[in-house]
Design a protein around this ligand. Structure first.
Ligand code: ADP
Ligand code: MG
Length: 587
């Protein structure tokens, strides 16, 4: 209850607003609501997903112009025009997304600027859209038989839409699809290895952000009852980004705070500055510029986290994980079945030959160790096998099927789980959620179900599976800690739990014992023996020779990208070639 108190107070104030506030503030709140809907899309797209867009105002324009044109020129009902606007926006967004989302780094923002400008000039240059004068006499919006004539009446619709969008976005982020979206910023490669289609996740958030903007434009057109191109230009697109950053770009509620602060400040500065300076002009733009630089220097996380600190609630994410029916498990192949076969695999990085003509096999129910000095090419081999960085030539067969041309997520789906030598996790996400990402392919509920929280039963099963795997590796006590707060050794163990969540039949572990203490290594070895006993195949890279030799059934030794020895642990240990490689020769 204490948790919900600030929200309830906020909602009560919102409901009472029109009864007590003068007209001017209602108008202001309406605009804040409209801006916040667009900004919320940017929080999802830029803040959470890491995809920067300067072009959102153009999507607002699509929503506004579609309804303006259809309802004036063709007397189409505004509600039907909304559906048409959403459809047009979706098509345009999918097309633009297809063109620009593949761009990386600064090319993506440049791309959004390009289409933001194009659409703006399109609005201004099409005669049937009224050119730069725009369209007037847009009809009043009717809702359940009421006509929303005044701002006071419109207010409830705007804020209901905004709150619904905030709650849906929050629900989405707190789901299987949401974890995939949250992995986009900095975790794409890892997420793909866990089966996430990151291109799809990017498209989803791009689409949602565009649709939010479209709805805002539709509302705007019927509130204002007149549109021209000005509010859909590039500089307004920049202002939306500004709102997102000032509010707190990774927080859904930050969208409202940012839109509120910027809108009020702008209004206030527009009144105050010309009076102070004794001449008219857009001085607020200058102040905004300076303010933005200050925000970027001093409070990059925006205002929302500061507000959270003022409220006495603890952001307690320590929720109960419901008891849930276990997820179905893959039938493991019979012990001794050939799981993995690498034949003549080579990997070149430009002139560097990191793997040269490598052969190796792993069977169900065995631990195969891949050892060799630093830089021998072991991690490269892992990347070739798991599809993270495919072979230049040669074959990789998994369960009898050629997989060397498949993407890592497709290989994961076939039952291969892996960890990374340099841990790849999402440091601000909880341990539990990081591990649940591994179970991505074991759920199927989509974005819509997640937004409406209709996937809670499946979500409970995924989280229960993540907890089960964490308990199995000995991390059952830190489910709700931030993953980045664990010691490095434990972070590696977390990765093992995540790989087990994939429900693999082959497990690739790249230096899993590095950074562990003696007892922890013992526990890890026991776990791996147990997995082997159940029929799992394990390919292990490890530098701790006691660990390797006590565990491995067979060993392959690499040096300079090539296999120099293979055999039982005791054979390999006596092989003069191996001793030469490790110790520079012994007598
Ligand atoms: P190991 O895991 O056995 O220590 P790696 O497979 O990480 O060795 O590296 C093998 C060689 O390939 C090293 O010389 C390394 O610098 C090089 N290498 C690995 N990845 C890349 C890459 N992405 N681009 C260029 N060179 C790479
Ligand atoms: Mg390595």
């Amino acid at each position: 209850m204490r948790q919900r108190l600030p929200l309830l107070v906020f909602l009560a104030l919102l409901v009472l607003g029109p009864a007590i506030l003068p007209e001017f503030y209602i108008t202001l709140l309406n605009y804040i609501g409209l801006y916040a809907i667009v900004t919320l899309g940017l929080v999802l797209l830029t803040g959470v997903g890491g995809l920067m867009s300067f072009g959102q105002a153009a999507f607002v324009g699509l929503g506004a112009y579609t309804t303006a044109y259809l309802s004036t020129a063709h007397a189409v009902s505004p509600w039907l025009a909304l559906l048409v606007g959403l459809a047009i926006t979706a098509v345009v967004a999918l097309f633009l997304g297809f063109l620009t989302l593949r761009l990386s780094g600064h090319y993506l923002p440049l791309g959004t600027i390009a289409w933001g400008i194009s659409l703006y000039f399109l609005f201004g240059n099409l005669d049937f859209l009224g050119g730069h004068t725009g369209l007037t006499s847009i009809p009043v919006l009717g809702l359940f038989g009421y006509e929303l004539n005044t701002g006071r009446e419109f207010y409830y619709l705007i804020w209901a839409v905004l709150l619904a969008a905030v709650l849906a976005t929050q629900s989405l982020l707190d789901s299987r699809e949401g974890r995939a979206i949250r992995a986009l910023k900095g975790g794409s490669l890892m997420a793909e290895s866990m089966g996430v289609n990151t291109a799809r996740s990017k498209t989803v958030i791009f689409l949602i952000a565009a649709l939010f903007a479209c709805v805002s434009g539709w509302l705007y057109a019927h509130l204002q009852r007149f549109v021209n191109p000005t509010p859909f230009g590039l500089h307004i697109g920049i202002e939306y980004l500004f709102m997102a950053v000032v509010g707190g770009v990774v927080h859904v509620w930050g969208a409202i705070v940012g839109a509120g602060v910027i809108t009020v400040l702008k209004q206030w500065l527009q009144d105050l500055l010309p009076r102070l300076l004794g001449q008219s002009g857009n001085f607020e733009a200058i102040v905004f510029g300076i303010l933005m630089i200050f925000v970027l220097q001093r409070m990059r996380d925006g205002i929302w986290p500061l507000l959270l600190r003022l409220v006495p609630v603890k952001a307690a994410r320590r929720r109960e994980i419901a008891q849930a029916e276990p997820l179905p498990q893959r039938q493991l192949p019979a012990i001794g079945t050939l799981l993995l076969e690498v034949k003549g695999a080579s990997k070149h990085f430009g002139g560097l030959i990191a793997n040269n003509n490598m052969d190796l096999t792993v069977k169900a129910g065995e631990v195969m160790a891949l050892i060799g000095p630093n830089g021998a090419g072991k991690s490269t081999m892992f990347n070739c096998i798991s599809g993270v960085d495919p072979v230049t030539s040669g074959e990789v067969r998994f369960l009898g099927e050629r997989v060397d041309h498949l993407r890592s997520r497709e290989i994961a789906r076939r039952g291969m789980g892996r960890t990374f030598q340099h841990v790849r996790l999402l440091p601000t996400m909880s341990v539990l959620e990081n591990v649940a990402l591994g179970a991505h392919l074991r759920g199927s509920k989509g974005v819509l179900a997640a937004s409406l929280h209709l996937e809670r039963a499946e979500e409970a099963r995924l989280l229960a599976e993540a907890r089960r795997q964490l308990e199995r590796v000995g991390l059952g006590d830190c489910l709700f800690d931030e993953a980045g707060s664990l010691p490095l050794g434990q972070q590696r163990v977390l990765e093992i739990a995540r790989a087990l969540c994939v429900d693999p039949c082959l497990l690739l572990l790249d230096e899993p014992a590095a950074g562990l203490r003696y007892m922890e290594k013992q526990a890890l070895a026991d776990l791996l023996r147990k997995l082997r006993g159940e029929g799992m195949g394990i390919l292990l890279v490890e530098h701790d020779m006691d660990f390797v030799m006590g565990l491995a059934d067979r060993v392959v030794v690499m040096e300079f990208g090539e296999k120099i020895s293979e055999g039982l642990p005791e054979e390999v240990q006596r092989d003069p070639v191996v001793l030469e490689a490790y110790l520079g020769g012994v007598e």
